[in-house]
Design a protein around this ligand. Structure first.
Ligand code: UGA
Length: 436
């Protein structure tokens, strides 16, 4: 059992803290947000993540998990410290390292042990671990030897607990054998392949993995657009391609593009680094360009169908950037809603979890519904923007009943064409023949 301190209890930090406690470590989670710390001390996660609340409560009860907003209490005895603060983007899209810098400063000011290992889990541009070390050392009050480890996370929101216990690999980047061995030992119960490497390569593994997955999505979206033009069906194509093990089936689902707080940010940051060192990444540049374009495919189709969207009543189903989360950061659905408002349409949106988060961004520009039924009743058309199970399982018969001339623009290919063709609907999806 190790004493571990987690700095930053957002999505990555809380999941890391809870799962490290679950495998038997003594974990103190620190955050400056006192309100959230108070919530977590009551066993409530400030955000939605399947299975998280149960594990949180369980480990609070056993005493292996503690929460505090007092940096001294969190760091005075700390020997292993995980940095898991957010790395948001500035308005111009560049990465903002303010929270990382604050965390480094706080660590420097409060550690007292002779040797500490600082493990960076936050996604930081290549070379940042070196800067973190320098910042910690600059702020040290006691004589402390600091070793850095880059241990990037590969968790998907909405599946973070599952991904932790069923990881494909754990990457440990260190320039000190002893530090690497200690972090390897901590991670062994997660029972997966451990990749030990240097810090810079570990940082690169994280960015290249996200960039590659984003590339798969933009690639399949371009092929989907071509399928429509030649009359093929992207689902058949992606299935046939994916069975080749060198290609693989995951992340070949065509749609309106990738969103979220990771792919858009990380592709941009990697491109920025490449530009900085004068090593252009032309494929990645195209991936980003394709993704920006893809969010408009449904709107183009709607304009072609209706001529214009002014004064049309439009329902949007799904606001979260993907199912099983209330996160709307980088959500394509939000961009689509804004664009439809610009087109002077009347927009009503429904999402099982993300209404409150959306209100913070779109406010009264759109209306909000409490159910799919309420959202679609008497609308001219429906945009499906997030592939929630609730949307996929929603009966097509209800569109017929609740709309006068139902027209659906499905940006996530939620319904099989064979099923749709049995109903009296106009149905457009992505990369599949339209049913009109
Ligand atoms: C992503 C990675 O999948 C994680 O491995 C990584 O740890 C995480 O970023 C991170 O860097 O923290 P996440 O952003 O939670 O995870 O979500 P994904 O499930 O990867 O989905 C991202 C976006 O791609 C969503 O908008 C989703 O709808 C879209 N997507 C995904 C597609 O359009 N098609 C697909 O086939 C798959």
């Amino acid at each position: 059992m190790r004493n571990i301190t987690i700095v930053g209890t957002g999505h990555v930090g809380l999941v890391t803290g809870v799962t490290l406690a679950e495998i038997g470590h003594q974990v103190v989670c620190y955050d400056i947000d006192q309100k959230n710390i108070a919530l977590m001390n009551k066993g409530i996660s400030p955000f939605y993540e399947p299975d998280l609340n149960d594990l949180l409560k369980k480990n609070l009860d056993t005493g292996l998990l503690l929460f505090t907003s007092n940096p001294k209490e969190a760091l005075v005895d700390a020997e292993i410290i995980y940095i898991t603060v957010g790395t948001p983007t500035n308005e111009n899209g560049d990465i903002n390292l303010t929270y990382i810098e604050e965390a480094a400063k706080t660590i420097g000011e409060h550690v007292t042990k002779q040797e500490v290992i600082v493990v960076t889990k936050s996604t930081v541009p290549v070379g940042t671990n070196k800067l973190i070390k320098q910042l910690i050392e600059k702020n040290l009050i006691h004589a402390v030897h600091v070793e850095m480890v880059s241990n990037p996370e590969f968790l998907r929101e909405g599946a973070a607990i599952y991904d932790t216990f069923s990881a494909d690999r754990i990457v440990i980047g260190a320039d000190c054998e002893k530090a690497a061995a200690i972090i390897e030992e901590i991670n062994r119960p997660f029972d997966t392949t451990i990749v030990k490497t240097d810090i810079l390569s570990a940082e690169m593994i994280k960015y290249s993995s996200n960039a590659f997955l984003a590339t798969k999505i933009s690639f399949i979206n371009e092929i989907a657009n071509l399928c429509e033009k030649v009359g093929a069906n992207i689902e058949e194509v992606a299935y046939g391609m994916g069975l080749d093990l060198r290609i693989g089936t995951p992340f070949l689902q065509a749609g309106i593009g990738f969103g979220g707080s990771c792919f858009p940010k990380d592709t941009h940051a990697l491109l920025q680094k490449a530009t900085e060192v004068e090593q252009p990444l032309e494929i990645l540049e195209s991936v980003i360009k394709v993704n920006k374009r893809q969010r408009y495919v449904l709107i183009h189709k709607a304009k072609q169908h209706f001529g214009h969207l002014k004064n049309k009543k439009i329902a949007i189903l799904g606001l979260a950037f993907k199912p099983n989360t209330n996160d709307v950061r980088g959500s394509i659905a939000i961009d689509i809603a804004s664009e439809l408002v610009t087109e002077e349409a009347f927009v009503t949106a429904y999402d099982p979890l993300a209404l409150e988060e959306t209100k913070k961004i779109l406010g009264e520009k759109i209306h909000y519904a409490q159910s799919i039924e309420e959202a679609i009743t008497n609308t001219d058309m429906v945009f499906i923007t997030t592939d929630w199970d609730e949307v996929k399982e929603f009966s097509l018969e209800k569109y017929e009943k609740l709309m006068h001339n139902p027209v659906i623009f499905d940006g996530r290919n939620c319904y099989p064409l064979k099923v749709v063709s049995k109903y009296n609907l106009d149905y457009y999806s992505v990369g599949r023949p339209a049913i009109v």
